[in-house]
Structure formats: structure tokens, C-alpha cells
Write a protein that binds this ligand. Sequence first.
Ligand SMILES: [Zn+2]
Length: 73
Amino acid sequence: MKCTVCGALMNAVNTDLPFKLSEDRIVILKQLPVLQCEACREYLIEDAVMARIDTLLARSDGGAELEVIRYAA
Ligand SMILES: [Zn+2]
């Protein structure tokens, strides 16, 4: 897998990413498996992971301004 921005190699890593769902609501997903460029830090989320993210975000209760959810494969 090559980076779409700079063409360098992308590595599979686990990282924490914030998702802004609305003006006052942010969910942080912990230990998310993504592909990250070793040169420019651009990252890519695979379709299967993205589908699970959608499920996790839909399931979160929506009450808190900031919520942290652990992504588990
Ligand atoms: Zn890159």
C-alpha cells in the first residue's frame, strides 16, 4: 500500500483518532487500526474498519461532549 499523497510506504499501526460528530460532540476512538504513511503521516482507514467505526459511533449514547471508545477488532 502506497501513500496517496507522497507515494511512500504505508504501515499498519494502531492509533487514537478524534471524530467530530457535531458542533459540540467529539468521540475519540482508541487503538484504531489504520494505515499510516511513514513519510508524511497521512493516514488511511480501510472500508471494513470504517464500517465498524460507523457502528460504534451510532451505538454511543450521545449525551457527553467528549467520549472515549476503545476500538476492539
Ligand atoms: Zn505520505
